[in-house]
Write a protein that binds this ligand. Structure first.
Ligand code: SME
Length: 167
């Protein structure tokens, strides 16, 4: 895997790059049912494929509380531990079950600034095989308006392929 997964073979064009990374993620995770392993692998492979990803990771629905997210596997600077449903971008994605694409985090009401360098972000809900919300996947960038419809469509696709089917 290491020989094929590196900058040299990843296409420059963003959609093509997502396509290749999505295939690699599926290949690496084939037959691995552990959810933490799957989340950690998705996080690592995406964070290392796009240089505008600054903070990349999962906030998982806390099974003990139900309406609160707790930090899961991530790559980046120290993240907040817990986020209530409805708070900030992650909490909004969890409460509404819809992907949030935020071009300017400072203009988003209630944005939670774990790291002041974050300028834009995308947060996608993650659904398990039973259709229930299990987590949100949060990518922050230190660049303004770093994410667009290509990121949105491919992240939705990768997350559905990785978490929404029984392994
Ligand atoms: N930006 C997020 C908080 C999580 S961290 O940035 C890692 C939000 O407003 O939901």
């Amino acid at each position: 895997m290491a020989e094929t997964f590196n900058e040299l073979i990843l296409p420059d064009e963003k959609a093509r790059r997502y396509e290749v990374v999505a295939e690699e993620i599926a290949a690496v995770l084939a037959g691995e049912p552990n959810v933490v392993a799957r989340m950690a692998t998705v996080t690592s492979m995406l964070a290392n494929s796009f240089d505008y990803y600054f903070w990349t990771g999962f906030y998982v629905v806390d099974p003990l509380r139900g309406d609160e997210l707790v930090v899961g596997p991530y790559q980046g600077t120290l993240g907040c531990m817990r986020i209530a449903f409805g708070r900030g971008v992650c909490g909004t994605a969890a409460a509404t079950r819809t992907i949030q694409l935020v071009e300017d985090v400072h203009a988003f009401p209630g944005h939670i600034a774990c790291d002041g360098r974050s300028a834009s972000e995308i947060v996608a809900p993650v659904f398990g095989p039973d259709g229930a919300l299990m987590a949100v996947f949060d990518v922050d960038s230190d660049r303004p308006a770093a994410f667009d419809a290509v990121d949105r469509d491919w992240l939705e696709r990768i997350l559905a392929a990785t978490f929404s089917h029984p392994v």
